[in-house]
Write a protein that binds this ligand. Structure first.
Ligand SMILES: [Zn+2]
Length: 138
């Protein structure tokens, strides 16, 4: 399935799977400060969302712009090993889309907080409030 070298894999995994990355901490602190109460990483949910707001039937992913290919200037592509990176990124984007569909099928609203949004806290707060105010489908 995946043919990258163990060295490259561990290098990659260390960056992808890092628990409590700075953006996640910031997102939690932000939501907490806004008065929302949540649970962390529910392993039983597709994609292990970073933050779960049970009352709002909402899960939140905090995504790094580079890895998850946000449409912003942080989503650069390294100049060497282009093929490897393209495949890597495509895999991540496909997995994110799959997890989102699975979660929505289970009646969850899926919210993504992008790393770059954490630089504009008041705009992000306004967006989160607006989304969480809307009733969920289920
Ligand atoms: Zn971004």
């Amino acid at each position: 399935m995946d043919k990258i070298s163990p060295e490259k894999r561990s290098w990659t995994m260390a960056r992808v799977k890092g628990k409590d990355t700075q953006p996640e901490k910031m997102a939690r602190a932000l939501l907490h400060g806004m008065g929302y109460r949540f649970r962390l990483q529910r392993a039983d949910l597709p994609g292990k969302p970073d933050i779960v707001l049970p009352r709002f039937r909402t899960v939140v992913f905090v995504h790094g712009c580079f890895w998850h290919r946000h449409s912003c200037k942080r989503a650069t592509t390294p100049a060497s090993n282009t093929e490897y990176w393209s495949a890597k990124f495509a895999g991540t984007v496909a997995r994110d889309a799959m997890n989102k569909s699975l979660l929505e099928m289970k009646g969850w609203r899926v919210l993504t907080i992008w790393e770059c949004e954490l630089k504009e806290v008041s705009a992000l707060q306004a967006r989160l409030r607006a989304v969480l105010r809307q009733p969920t489908m289920s």
